[in-house]
Design a protein around this ligand. Structure first.
Ligand SMILES: Nc1ncnc2c1ncn2[C@@H]1O[C@H](COP(=O)(O)OP(=O)(O)OP(=O)(O)O)[C@@H](O)[C@H]1O
Length: 220
């Protein structure tokens, strides 16, 4: 699903954030990426959805080379990716149902189909009774459940999550972990999560990478 060969990532020419990156993530794997603050974890995730370009090397996402990718091909790659952020990144002017409809509308689904799918997903994340609420009327844990539902809406092959439980209490974090485990186990979605704290007794098979000072290591 993801194959990196000697990748280098940088925001400016003089400082490589990721150096000599070599690793492979297979389809249907659950991957945690750890490492110290500022080591380049979020930067690496950004390269998976083309938010930062490669300076050197080859990064293959589900068969598509990301080096010098065109805008058109990048849109295609992103159609198969769901992204979850620590700070939810919901649109506050829209209801949570409308937020979940966004990736579906982007992918060309009708209003009716998008709303049906959003309704199903809201029930899946146990917020079916709140469809008309706005994000700021929900707790942080609830907002992150909406963000998970939004990430799942367009049936992605890959979910990328950057510290998805970083702002959550233990209970809400467990709910989010369970949703991500379900996406992986039941739907066969490849899940890549940056977290500084791998949950104990996770209960499903996973693999760990770590980044230290821009170098990517296989931990397990
Ligand atoms: N948009 C940007 N422009 C320039 N430098 C950036 C940008 N984003 C991040 N950096 C720098 O890149 C380095 C790696 O940042 P990154 O956010 O990838 O680290 P991280 O491992 O995810 O950190 P944390 O665990 O604190 O979130 C840091 O030195 C950071 O200051």
């Amino acid at each position: 699903m993801i194959k990196a060969k000697n990748i280098y990532l940088a925001y400016d020419e003089n400082k490589f954030i990721i150096k000599k990156g070599n690793f492979a993530i297979n389809s249907k794997e659950f991957i945690f990426i750890g490492g110290t603050s500022g080591s380049g974890k979020s930067t690496l995730l950004k390269s998976f959805y083309g938010d930062i370009g490669l300076k050197h090397g080859s990064l293959n996402i589900d068969g598509q080379e990301m080096y010098n990718i065109s805008a058109k091909m990048l849109r295609k790659v992103r159609r198969d990716i769901g992204i979850i952020f620590q700070d939810y990144k919901l649109i506050h002017e829209w209801t949570i149902e409308e937020n979940i409809m966004i990736p579906l509308k982007i992918n060309g689904y009708s209003n009716e189909i998008s709303r049906d799918q959003a309704t199903k997903l809201l029930h899946h994340v146990k917020l079916g009774h709140r469809a008309g609420y706005y994000p700021n009327e929900l707790s942080g844990g609830e907002q992150q459940r909406v963000a998970v539902a939004r990430a799942l809406a367009h049936n992605p092959k890959l979910i990328i999550a950057d510290e998805p439980t970083g702002n959550l209490d233990d209970y809400s974090a467990e709910v989010v972990w369970n949703l991500l485990k379900g996406a992986n186990e039941q739907l066969g979605i490849t899940v890549v999560v940056v977290t500084h704290r791998v949950p104990k007794n996770f209960g499903i098979r996973f693999r760990q990478l770590s980044i230290e000072d821009g170098i990517i290591y296989e931990v397990s």
